[in-house]
Design a protein around this ligand. Structure first.
Ligand code: ACO
Length: 346
């Protein structure tokens, strides 16, 4: 018997306001053409004044809990990946905990910028595998628009706001059921490349919130090589090849980076969830947001093997291989407390 963290529900939330490339082009020296060609981005959602990261996260969390059929009373931990917390402290996770009406367990934030969701998934998975809780909510949520310098066209056109969430439930499994849930996660960081992607503010350095600064070409270069390596690492660790992967769900930073990864894996773009056109780069939210949308429109189904990968400021990067949903009746092995049929995750 071994413990596996099964991914049993997804949810997401986007602020109502949509800002198109054309709208940005009215405010600054840019064009829909430039943005689409360089990045694949067509629009982004921007949070309303007073709409905070915790609100986006709570909405995404409610959807994930509902689809998982898990009441708040069964939650043991909440991990929120965010670079844009409501406040310096307390954590955004504890605000979500309170907003959901969860009065037990524990909640905390993780900061790994665009790699935040993979880091949060790894963290929650390791808590569950260690037996420190049975049911976890893992959220990526950002109001990245608040970190943007709207005078800097080379960065402000790239990002958007949003949130995504998943519910993980730990089960003791054996046999074929061990091939379900979070199979492995792989995390890396390298502080030496800090200066190519950072925010020029912070409570200890300047006392201001600051703005995103990025050397795009350099980040692009690191992204392609580091993501290629971590994808190989994840597949090798599981004795798998890329043709076994049903879906690549990458961090959505740039369509060209996503296409490069798909090409490297030999996957057609029809097996890649690419939501950058509609959402832009939502940092830690991008993977669970893309996953939820693909689950809800029927692309990603229970039983699908999903490879997630992301890189962001730090640099911090990582990957995770997850078989989505619950083991089916046919191969559930000794897994207890699971439904007979594969649960729809959307
Ligand atoms: N509209 C029009 N022109 C622009 C814009 C814009 N919005 N932004 C920059 N330009 C101009 C530049 O000024 C430059 O003009 P010049 O040649 O006259 O000097 C020209 O376009 C080319 O600029 P580059 O920066 O060289 O363009 P590039 O092809 O590298 O694309 C981009 C820039 C899209 C940022 C790309 O480098 C990229 O996507 N990098 C990776 C970003 C990433 O993955 N980030 C990771 C996660 S983010 C996180 O962790 C927070």
């Amino acid at each position: 018997m071994m413990k596996r963290s099964l991914l049993i529900g997804t949810g997401s939330y986007l602020p109502a306001r949509v800002v198109t490339n054309d709208e940005l082009a009215q405010r600054m020296e840019t064009s829909d053409d430039w943005i689409r060609q360089r990045t694949g981005i067509g629009q982004r959602h921007i949070a309303a004044d007073g709409e905070m990261t915790s609100a986006l996260a709570t909405n995404a969390a409610r959807g994930a809990l509902e689809r998982a059929g898990v009441p708040v009373s069964e939650l043991d931990l909440i991990v929120v990946a965010t670079t844009t917390p409501d406040d310096t402290f307390p954590s955004t996770a504890t605000k979500v905990q309170h907003a959901l009406g969860m009065t037990r367990g524990f909640a905390f934030d993780i900061q790994a910028v665009c790699a935040g969701f993979v880091y949060a998934l790894a963290t929650a998975d390791n808590f569950l595998k260690a037996g420190q809780g049975r049911t976890a909510l893992v959220i990526g949520a950002e109001t990245f628009s608040r970190l943007l310098d709207w005078e800097d066209r080379s960065t402000c056109v790239l990002f958007g706001d949003g949130a995504g969430a998943v519910v993980l439930r730990s089960e003791d499994v054996e046999g074929a059921s061990t091939a379900w849930g979070v199979l492995s996660t792989h995390l890396h960081s390298d502080g030496s490349a800090r200066d190519i992607l950072y925010v020029d503010g912070g409570p200890s350095s300047s006392g201001t919130v600051g703005h995103v600064r990025m050397e795009g070409k350099e980040v692009f270069r690191h992204a392609v090589s580091k993501l290629s390596n971590v994808i190989d690492e994840a597949l090798t660790a599981n004795g798998m090849t890329s043709d076994q992967v049903d879906w690549l769900i990458p961090h959505q930073a740039n369509r060209r980076i996503i296409e490069a990864m798909a090409k490297r894996m030999g996957l057609p773009m029809t097996r890649v969830v690419c939501s950058i056109e509609k959402h832009a780069n939502t940092s830690a939210a991008s993977i669970p947001l893309a996953l939820d949308q693909a689950a809800r429109d029927g692309r990603v189904k229970s039983g699908d093997l999903v490879l997630m990968e992301a890189i962001g400021g730090g640099l911090a990067w990582g990957a995770g291989l997850v078989r989505i949903g619950l083991p089916t009746a046919g191969n559930q092995g000794q897994a207890k407390a699971m439904r007979e049929e594969p649960a729809p995750i959307a």
